[in-house]
Design a protein around this ligand. Structure first.
Ligand code: GCU
Length: 605
């Protein structure tokens, strides 16, 4: 009988489920699914394709060979060649590479399974399963039913499971595939470790039948006394009341939804304490409907550029930054929680930073929310990195989708001042079309933040030249340069001549060089701390003289894993450009940078 029910269920096409992204999930009615999951390594995707390489989940007949069925049998004759419950376990969240030696270099499919019971707090409510991120591609199933797929390793997604979840013994199965491929975002070639797995939080979210799906509550572009935005209800209707309240600002305003269950609003305010690194004020904001009250903590600030200046709340600032990968170097693994975020941002604070470049992809929400609280401005980037397949429509749509998910998740975070479209992409017409498409998409989703990308310079007739055509479409002209590491003379660096084609703020989004912490010698010996220190001294003398310079984010806060960095005894699989080692020990250049920022801070007081 049970098999018959499963067979019948599988004939039902997808039940209408909502996949629109839920935001501010930490303040919703959630049940964590973090913890121990069973896993099966499946390099040949045996659990997904039959022997004719046809996906089981696109066939009508049920097949218990498909791993997502989590099928068990007591029939001694029946052939079943997998069993999650007898398989090993992985901890979620977390990359698999750092959890088992045998998975360190693994790139392919791993199936995850965890069971759970669920009791609704109200039988009329709805239920969603939410993933903070899965790298790289996910196929998600609940109780043998396919919920959907997601591509992109660094942005959240969710599926509605209201009609599928049972009171007991639900089994959630996820096929994770971190194989790199040319058309992906990022493409096959990157300088970071391809950590695979369910790398961020997983949670169940219970919502009323009509709930607050999405909202934006920020200062209106160019208006420092108008809080504006929208609220979008899921399963919302016209003439529903939505209230926005900010008690500290004595705001409590109600609005009526349109036929799409949405409100747009503008609320005049006064006496705002503007968010800034020096005073990261966050206000309790409540969004209420007749069925729900959702709280968020939101900062209000203005960010704009005027000529070469970046103005935060109308005041010219210098971005005292550092680049950061999403990796806890001491664990040698993906970072994923508050503790990891605190380590990274405390180091940045100690360095004298007011700003971090979260490279080269959207980091987890813990570090973004902590940046809000600590007063650390953020450059958030999508992994359009190096030589992506710019001519491929699917690649562009993938990039737009990842950009959209990042902006949807983080658009209420005052800390985020810059959306970055790309890193070191080779200029061409097709690349410019691709990036202009992303720029337009970004502006359509959020016109309140600055746009940039990490460009490159070139050298001609004695001049360092930045004239990348895409700079015309960006608010901040940022570029990476590695004088003294990938060429160029450190001795001559302070006298470098520049020709930057834009009267816009300039940010050196990367500079630096490698050093093995504890290796000492003369300043002319590559890989010594002294060489890295001298490289920083000379680059900083050059940088502070670049016309319109308004910030920098040296590469990089700490050493990080990269399969490209294999020099025995020096790199051993680590990129050594960190100012801090993978044991958390500061190198001499850390203090060179710290002193530079002390000087800059005095200049901008
Ligand atoms: C590039 C790139 C980084 C890379 C760094 C390096 O600029 O943006 O991702 O790690 O240089 O070569 O170390």
């Amino acid at each position: 009988m049970k098999h018959l029910i499963i067979k019948i269920l599988l004939f039902i096409p997808f039940i209408a489920i909502s996949q629109e992204l839920l935001i501010n999930t930490s303040n919703r009615n959630t049940t964590s699914l973090n913890g121990t999951w069973n896993y099966i390594v499946d390099p040949y995707e045996t659990g997904y394709y039959n022997y004719r390489y046809e996906p089981y989940d696109q066939q009508l007949q049920n097949n218990n060979a498909a791993f997502y069925n989590n099928y068990h049998t007591t029939n001694k004759l029946e052939l079943v060649e997998y069993d999650f419950d007898k398989s090993l376990t992985l901890t979620v969240p977390g990359d698999w590479n750092s959890q088992y030696e045998k998975l360190f270099y693994y790139e392919g499919t791993i199936w995850y399974k965890r069971s759970f019971d669920y009791t609704f707090s109200n039988e009329n409510n709805r239920l969603f399963v939410y993933f903070g991120a899965i790298n790289y591609k996910a196929e998600v199933y609940l109780n043998g039913k396919k919920l959907g797929t997601h591509e992109g390793g660094f942005t959240p997604f969710n599926f509605e499971v209201t009609e599928i979840v049972k009171p007991t013994n639900n089994y959630l199965v996820v096929k994770v595939d971190n194989k790199r491929y040319k058309e992906a975002i990022p493409t096959i070639n990157t300088d970071w470790w391809n950590y695979g797995g369910i790398t961020r939080d997983v949670k169940l979210i219970e919502e009323p039948k009509t709930f607050i799906q999405d909202y934006k509550v920020q200062l209106k572009k160019g208006a420092s006394k108008i809080i504006s935005g929208y609220v979008k209800l899921n399963n919302g209707f016209a003439n529903e009341e939505v209230t926005i309240s900010v008690p500290e600002l004595k705001i409590n305003k109600s609005f009526i939804t349109d036929e799409k269950g949405t409100i747009q609003f503008e609320i005049n305010t006064k006496n705002i304490s503007y968010w800034s690194p020096e005073s990261p004020k966050l206000y309790d904001v409540f969004i209420k409907t007749t069925q729900q009250s959702l709280k968020d903590e939101i900062g209000f600030r203005t960010i704009e550029t005027v000529g070469p200046d970046i103005l935060l709340n109308g005041k010219s600032i210098f971005l005292r930054g550092i680049s950061i990968h999403e990796e806890n170097a001491m664990r040698g693994a993906r970072a994923y929680n508050d503790a990891d975020a605190l380590v990274a941002l405390n180091w940045a604070k100690e360095l004298g930073c007011n700003y971090v470049r979260l490279a080269h992809y959207p980091h987890n929400e813990h570090i973004v929310k902590l940046a809000d609280k600590m007063g650390m401005m953020v450059w958030e980037e999508i992994p359009v990195y190096w030589t992506v397949d710019f001519a491929n429509e699917k690649t562009l749509n993938n990039a737009k989708n990842q950009l959209g998910e990042a902006i949807t998740r983080d658009k209420n975070r005052a800390a985020i001042i810059i959306w970055s479209m790309a890193n070191e992409t080779p200029p061409s017409d097709v690349r410019n079309t691709f990036l202009k498409n992303l720029i337009n998409h970004s502006k359509s989703l959020d016109d309140t933040r600055l746009l940039s990308a990490a460009l490159e310079k070139h050298y001609k007739d004695g001049f360092n030249i930045v004239d990348d055509e895409i700079g015309n479409y960006l608010d901040i002209v940022a570029f990476n340069q590695y004088t003294g590491w990938y060429g160029g003379s450190l001795e001559d660096a302070p006298n470098a001549k520049w020709n930057i084609k834009f009267n816009k703020p300039v940010v050196v989004s990367e500079f630096g060089g490698g050093a093995l912490q504890g290796l000492h010698g003369t300043k002319n010996e590559r890989w010594t701390e002294e060489y890295q220190e001298y490289l920083y001294e000379q680059n900083l003398k050059m940088i502070e003289k670049i016309p319109n310079i308004r910030g920098t984010s040296p590469w990089i806060l700490n050493d990080f894993r990269s399969p490209k960095r294999v020099l025995p005894g020096i790199q051993d699989g680590w990129n050594r450009k960190g100012l801090i080692s993978n044991h958390g020990i500061k190198k001499k250049a850390f203090f060179t940078m710290q002193n530079f920022y002390k000087k800059i801070e005095l200049q901008y007081q």
